[in-house]
Ligand binder design. Structure first.
Ligand code: ZN
Length: 99
């Protein structure tokens, strides 16, 4: 696979991935929602800068206000889609349901 010219050096991407892993670990550990938001924003920022995909993990937080859904947010299934109403900003996220 050819490297895109704008991609960062491999070692930087590796460190970025590690930092994102650590941030998500911290988010899952803390109960402080303000702290969770900060970590989420940071993880997304790092991901964008170093072209690191958050993958399934980006579904764990609100795209709008970075509220961490965790296991607590209400999820409803509608027309084959998961509908999550963000408790933080009322923004509704729809995700395609996959097994
Ligand atoms: Zn939100």
């Amino acid at each position: 696979m050819p490297e895109r010219s704008r991609s960062k050096p491999e070692w930087q991407v590796r460190i970025a991935k590690e930092r994102i892993d650590i941030l998500f670990g911290e988010v899952a550990r803390t109960k402080d929602t303000a702290l969770q938001r900060r970590y989420m924003k940071l993880a997304k920022k790092i991901g964008m800068r170093y072209n690191v995909r958050l993958g399934g993990r980006k579904k764990l937080f609100c795209r709008h206000c970075f509220y961490y859904f965790g296991a607590g947010a209400k999820r409803r299934l509608r027309n084959g889609k998961i509908v999550i109403a963000c408790p933080g900003c009322k923004h509704v996220t729809r995700q395609v349901y996959k097994n």
